[in-house]
Design a protein around this ligand. Structure first.
Ligand code: CUA
Length: 165
């Protein structure tokens, strides 16, 4: 058996514990807490958005309590469809409590952001890319969608909201 110095052995054990801890945290985040990273699910030509599923953005009920929300970002607003309700200039989408919403997002022009208050949603909206993230709305309330990528002089006004009730 090879000889390992006492201090070296302690360090090896310490490294093993730290490494094991990180691995356990990573596995727990995936399998216990179900955390998924937002992912690009497809590509489109931003100049031809009108010929894609984003031609009619907004909320669609797919089946019982399961919705798809298509959002198109542009300077400097979120397009959530023609029939969306508005509070002032802020478009507001309403979903029932307990809904599961698949958000599909893209941009018409430049890079925008999509941050959803009090939910683990933080994605970039890139021209040419479809970003997708799933959200379960368990708590009633109004949650704002905020552009968190600086996109020009109207950036701070890029706001929408999801009303859960
Ligand atoms: Cu869009 Cu900042």
């Amino acid at each position: 058996m090879i000889h390992i110095d006492r201090l070296e052995r302690y360090w090896l054990i310490a490294v093993g514990i730290v490494f094991g801890g990180f691995t356990a945290a990573l596995l727990a985040s995936v399998f216990v807490f179900g955390i998924r990273l937002p992912s690009p699910v497809g590509r489109i030509d931003p100049a031809k958005i009108d010929q894609t599923e984003f031609a009619t953005p907004g909320l669609t009920e797919e089946f019982d309590g399961n919705y798809t929300l298509r959002i198109v970002a542009k300077m400097w607003s979120y397009d959530l469809g023609k029939n969306v309700e508005k509070e002032g200039s802020i478009p507001v989408i309403t979903v029932p409590t307990g809904s599961k919403v698949t958000i599909k997002a893209t941009s018409k022009d430049i890079t925008h952001g999509f941050y959803l208050e009090q939910h683990d949603v933080n994605v970039m909206m890139l021209p040419g890319q479809i970003s997708q993230v799933e959200v379960k709305f368990d708590r009633p309330g109004k949650y704002h969608i905020i552009c968190h990528e600086y996109c020009g002089p109207g950036h701070q006004g890029m706001i929408a909201a999801i009303l859960v009730q």
